[in-house]
Each structure stands twice: as C-alpha cells, then as structure tokens.
Design a protein around this ligand. Structure first.
Ligand SMILES: *[C@@H]1O[C@H](CO)[C@@H](O)[C@H](O)[C@H]1NC(C)=O
Length: 142
C-alpha cells in the first residue's frame, strides 16, 4: 500500500516536472512584442491561405490536436524562412500546453514592424477579441 502511494507520488512529481520543462521556451528571445489576432476570412479569395497558399492553421485547431503548428504572420522584411518555429511562454502558461507557432504569413499591416509585432491566427472573429492573443508577449525563436 505504502509502496503504491510512493510510486504514485513519484509519478505525479515527474509528470509535473516534465510539464514545466515543456512549457519553457529556449532560444533567441524578443521581448515586448505586440501580439494581435487575425482569423481566416472565407469570403475573400485567399483570405484563408498563408503567403504560400497553404491553409491557415489556427490556435483552436492546434489546441484540438488537429494541427501541428499555429500560423504566425510577421514582417516580410525580416526574411524569416517559411515555417520558422516560434514559442511564446505567455501562451504556454495560459493554456498549460506547449504551443508551437510557425512564421508562414505576413500582411501589408506588418510591413516595417520588424520584431515589434506578430499576428497569430485564431478560428474566428469572436476568438480574435480574446485578450490572451492581443497582448505584449515574448517571442522565442527555437
Ligand atoms: C520590456 O518591457 C519591460 C516593462 O516595460 C521593460 O522593463 C523591459 O526593459 C522591456 N524589454 C525590452 C527588451 O525592451
């Protein structure tokens, strides 16, 4: 009986430890980045596609395990390779889940903003008003 409890405690402790590590983001950091949400627009010809014509991948799809990354839009002038992986500690903390974003989109709006701004793709207009995805964050390039 005692042994069982100990094993259970050991397991819980390690599960927790593992989770903490996974929520951490290691890489090159950019602080105080203004994160703004946008959403696929199915009324426009390519309003639901990224800059290479692939479907936008939303935060909600990712959280539902239906996507392997969340589309992130950034200034094209940064010349970041398509699919550059980004981690945002504030989002990981909020959702208790490691969220991987990939820079796959841009907009005229972001032109000249450099590392000061990033737009995260969410499911709908309603989701785009959530303060969680409209705030100052840290971008960590993995
Ligand atoms: C980010 O903002 C905080 C609080 O305003 C400030 O202390 C910090 O120096 C800023 N960091 C950068 C890299 O600008």
């Amino acid at each position: 009986m005692n042994c069982f409890v100990l094993i259970l405690l050991f397991h819980l402790t390690f599960a927790h430890f593992d989770n903490e590590i996974n929520l951490e983001c290691k890489g090159k950091k950019y602080e105080n980045v203004t994160l703004t949400a946008y959403y696929p627009d199915y009324n426009e010809d390519d309003g639901y596609l990224d800059k290479k014509g692939k479907d936008l991948s939303t935060l909600q799809d990712y959280l539902d395990n239906r996507a392997e990354f969340v589309t992130l839009a950034m200034d094209d002038a940064l010349n970041l390779p398509y699919g550059t992986k980004v981690c945002v500690p504030q989002l990981n903390q909020h959702f208790g889940h490691r969220i991987i974003l990939q820079v796959r989109d841009t907009s005229t709006d972001l032109r000249g903003s450099g590392y000061k701004r990033a737009d995260i793709c969410v499911r709908s207009e309603i989701d785009s008003y959530d303060v969680t995805v409209n705030r100052q964050v840290t971008l960590v390039f993995l």
